[in-house]
Design a protein around this ligand. Structure first.
Ligand code: AMP
Length: 126
């Protein structure tokens, strides 16, 4: 089943310039900006400019150019933040929530990049 894209979601509004954002990096296909409710000292969201809902939607339906651009921007953000473990940084976490079980709040694909403190275990267990 294909995804229905809700063009009234908040990231679509950001991409249209209807509401402001704290941009960290922008390219032809990708925008990276600071999360409005940061959950770590560094919390950046990377989003494609195209209308994709989840990681699988983007990975399966975006063009090669969009995917390469998005992936490179995510890497460049890690470099910009100085958190690359291979370069002496303290590390980071990337994650993307999709759908109900992951409690996805905004139905436009986004990659969270979190860093700046020990981020604890990947998931909390009940
Ligand atoms: P998710 O639960 O993975 O869909 O995460 C959505 C994220 O978007 C949350 O971390 C929110 O804090 C963030 N967010 C919501 N509205 C904005 C906004 N206007 N600017 C920046 N980040 C936002």
């Amino acid at each position: 089943m294909a995804y229905d894209y809700d063009d009234q979601n908040i990231f679509a509004m950001i991409l249209r310039g209807d509401i402001p954002n704290d941009t960290v990096m922008e390219t032809e296909h990708t925008l990276a900006f600071r999360d409005i409710r940061p959950q770590a000292p560094e919390h950046v969201l990377v989003i494609p400019k195209g209308a994709y809902v989840t990681h699988d939607d983007f990975a399966l339906n975006a063009s090669d150019a969009e995917i390469v651009d998005f992936t490179r921007v995510a890497g460049k953000i890690c470099a910009l933040l100085g958190v690359q473990p291979g370069e002496g940084g303290a590390g980071y976490r990337t994650l993307s929530n999709a759908g109900d079980d992951a409690i996805q709040e905004v139905p436009h694909y986004h990659l969270h990049i979190l860093a700046g403190r020990n981020l604890g275990p990947m998931l909390k267990h009940d």
